[in-house]
Design a protein around this ligand. Structure first.
Ligand code: FES
Length: 120
């Protein structure tokens, strides 16, 4: 399987890329398989994600999944955001080549880490 058009579109024009200077929470994770890194920044208001941005040092699939993750998480309550799974992200992209599936884990984990850090 090749990258879907949707994946390439998100890779070329990622949504919500960058950092948030006065973020309420940050989550950073590294991928054990390839060494790539992703950081998620959150602005939280009344337990709701008002704004989310990401920085990813990684492959096209990692960037595309990060972009989709921010779209899915924006405006959600923290509890609902915790329910976003890598499968939800992959579904939006219309699939991901099997050897690249590990890349989608980064996005899900970085968001969970950021929310965890916020709750602490
Ligand atoms: Fe590292 Fe995709 S190859 S995240």
């Amino acid at each position: 399987m090749q990258y879907t058009e949707k994946l390439i579109e998100h890779f070329k024009n990622p949504h919500n890329q960058g950092d948030i200077k006065d973020a309420d929470a940050v989550g950073e994770v590294g991928n054990m398989k390839c060494g790539d890194i992703m950081k998620v920044y959150l602005k939280i208001n009344n337990d709701k994600i008002d704004d989310i941005k990401f920085e990813t040092l990684g492959c096209a699939a990692a960037i595309a999944t990060s972009s989709v993750l921010t779209d899915l998480a924006k405006g959600k309550s923290l509890d609902d955001a915790l329910k976003i799974s890598k499968q939800d992200i992959v579904d939006v992209l219309g699939g991901i080549p099997a050897p690249k599936f590990h890349c989608s884990i980064l996005a899900e984990e970085a968001l969970k880490k950021a929310i965890e850090n916020y709750k602490k």
